[in-house]
Design a protein around this ligand. Structure first.
Ligand code: NDP
Length: 304
């Protein structure tokens, strides 16, 4: 089977592209590794996607997007993509189960939080270690937490957590934050936030769940052990573009270079959502990219 469009990734960008492509009469396949929704599915309540007066559970929104696209005629295959051949007229996507062929490809594999790379980080995931205050902050109500990072994400996470938690440490490896000026005053005003500069978290303590962290502060003797129930790692994101690094133009951070048309440097290949170079990565901008990608995929098909 030669599909008109193969969409890699079933998050909001992928399923919006699928909805538009299928409604446009294109033979549309979505390849999703595990379960639809991407990062959105891990968000308890999405408050900033228009149309839901009290917000919506991320998993529910993901299911609705999938059902809407499939009702329009799109097909989902659950298969992990292991390799791609994008250059030719006929694009080939290698999955761990089978191979797929399409005339166009929309890449919508998103991004993932950057890992610290310290021992036990994966073991203690969801048992103290977290990457999203908006998603998981509520689990730490009235508890002590630490946020690692000095950028806007760390500042935003710390402010969210300061409203829920007893105490919030921000641990940053430099001697000043790089977060935007607008965050600095609220951070200073929040009485339960304590900043630790020149600090590196070197070890996670706790068997079943996180109980403390070992912090090394530059210029100080030894390590300090801070008792805490949660550690929010906010040190940036990494785009899921490793598979496409050959042939596609990526920026120095690994995001696919594509403008508002979502066109990449390879004809017939489009990049939609968080994996694309863009100023704002949100569900609503991912969905917008998906719609745009469908328009240009259709235009490419008409010109073939
Ligand atoms: P950033 O890349 O801006 O910041 C990452 C921070 O983590 C830096 O302070 C960096 O330190 C630190 N860091 C990186 N690696 C490590 C490590 N291994 N150990 C310890 N610390 C580390 O990422 P953000 O996620 O904060 O922001 C990403 C983008 O999203 C930015 O463009 C940001 O402006 C935007 N954003 C905007 C928001 C808003 O405006 N409301 C909210 C959230 C994000 P160092 O400084 O030493 O490199």
């Amino acid at each position: 089977m030669l599909y008109d469009v193969i969409i890699v990734g079933g998050g909001p960008a992928g399923y919006t592209a699928a909805l538009y492509c299928a409604r446009g009469g294109l033979q549309t396949l979505i390849l999703e590794k595990l379960s639809p929704g991407g990062q959105m599915a891990t968000t308890e309540n999405i408050d900033n996607y228009p149309g839901f007066d009290i917000g919506i559970d991320g998993l529910d929104l993901a299911e609705k997007m999938q059902i809407a696209a499939e009702n329009a005629g799109a097909i989902t295959e659950f298969d992990e993509v292991t390799g791609v051949e994008l250059e030719g007229e006929e694009k080939v996507i290698h999955g761990s189960l089978q191979e797929y062929r399409g005339k166009t490809v929309i890449l919508a594999t998103g991004a993932a939080p950057r890992r610290m790379g310290i021992p036990r980080e994966e073991d203690l995931l969801n048992r103290g270690v977290a990457y999203c205050a908006t998603c998981d902050g509520r689990m730490y109500k009235d508890k002590v937490v630490a946020v690692i990072g000095g950028g806007n994400s760390a500042a935003a996470d710390a402010l969210i957590l300061s409203k829920l938690c007893k105490k919030v440490y921000i641990i940053h490896r430099k001697d000043k934050l790089k977060a935007a000026h607008s965050y600095l005053e609220p951070l200073k005003k929040a009485e339960n936030i304590q900043l630790i500069f020149n600090g590196q978290v070197e070890a996670l303590v706790g068997e079943e769940k996180l109980e403390a962290i070992q912090v090394k502060v530059a210029g100080e003797e030894g390590q300090t052990q801070l008792a805490c129930d949660g550690l929010f790692i906010a040190i940036g994101r990494v785009p899921n573009t490793r598979l496409f690094a050959e042939g596609l133009n990526l920026d120095p951070q690994g995001y696919v270079i594509a403008d508002e048309t979502t066109k990449t440097n390879i004809p017939g290949v489009f990049a939609a959502g968080d994996l694309r170079t863009k100023p704002l990565r949100q569900v609503v901008t991912a969905a917008a990219d998906g719609a745009t990608a469908s328009k240009f995929a259709e235009e490419y098909l008409n010109g073939r």
